[in-house]
Ligand binder design. Sequence first.
Ligand SMILES: [Zn+2]
Length: 443
Amino acid sequence: MKKIILGLALFGFTINQAQTDPKLYDIIDAVSEERLRNDVKTLADFGTRHTLSDTLSDTRGIGAARRWIKSEFDKISKDCGDCLEVFYQQDLVEKGRNQRIVKDVMVVNVVAIQRGTKYPNRFIIMSGDIDSRVSDPTDFTSDSPGANDNASGMAGAIEAARVLSKYKFDSSIIYVGLSGEEQGLFGGQGLAKYAQDNNWDIVGILNNDMIGNIKGVDGVIDNRTFRIFSEPVPANESERARRARRFYGGEVDGISRQLARYVHKTVKTYMPEMNPMMVYRLDRFGRGGHHRPFNDVGFAGIRIMEAHENYTQQHQDIRTEDGIDYGDTFEHVNFPYCKKLTAVNAINLASIASAPPAPKNVGIGGIVQPSAKFSWDKVDGAVGYKIYWRDTTSPTWDNSRYVGDVSEYTLDGIVVDNFFFGVAAVGKDGHESLVTFPNKIIR
Ligand SMILES: [Zn+2]
């Protein structure tokens, strides 16, 4: 009996000690501002990366840009003993599909997969965009450097691959450059479909779109804050799920929102100098991004981006008008900030890829009882589970209890009516899965 108690005490100690993983601090430090600067410069120097632009030139247009991105991923792979599977994923989009597709075009994404050692078919994705645009979305010849929108996100994905390819992870990580964003989110649609066709088990996508501007059009300068956009509940949820929510809650607890909370928490833990701002909406007001096609088919996905946009430097012909310089040019990108947001991605990719899968079949009960009850299916690779709860008005999982390697638990004295709850799986080094919001009722 004594032995068992000692064992449990030691076990509790181990879990407490593993609250932070030193590897993640190393990852933050390894992200290079200089490499990001060089890569954004290289991408901007392709003149235009418009989806419909030239594909034959070696120096100008989206063809040259995507070949360069592929060659960078290939180089990274060579440096890690071929640890990346690098390929083009492409779909033909025909003229007239919408007003911005003025000729047939092959929309080509560049994909690099770092295969997980334990869960090879389980993926966490980081995306940036290859393509750029100017004032007229169908103008595929004018100079369109797209330095911040979105060479910054693209460079971030390449740099994350450089840093994380030095490590091995349980789950697979995908670094991807998507095309066709400005023409109607076609690259994301293509890859989401590819993921479905290949039965990829996707934890989520961290879509990076504009991660390098710190000076807002309103004059605010802020190199600490960034936004995490997430939709409230899946767009393709069932009618049954929608109806159940009226009685059991979950209006702000969809899978994308749990991913947003995960990123928020990881950043608060490992990068306390940053100020992550969760925004409770799919994207900016009336505007889109490449996480959406993934959300459309039921995958979790969020948009990570700067907090203060500058509209004189987005989707603009390069010109000077009334003393204002318009255009998304290289000199406006702030690389210390771009480095920080790249690190935000890298530590979350590393943490999720190190964690066991989230528990499924999470049941909750406790109607007219003084305690809340939970049950879940155990997960391969978990050493234990954590029950999270929060006030119904709080955006973050403020309370938690580690309950060990069990598949049911009762939280004594906690009334089910007054909080929202979720369950996460905990891995051997303390890395946690995303929180699963209960999806069934138990007695
Ligand atoms: Zn854009």
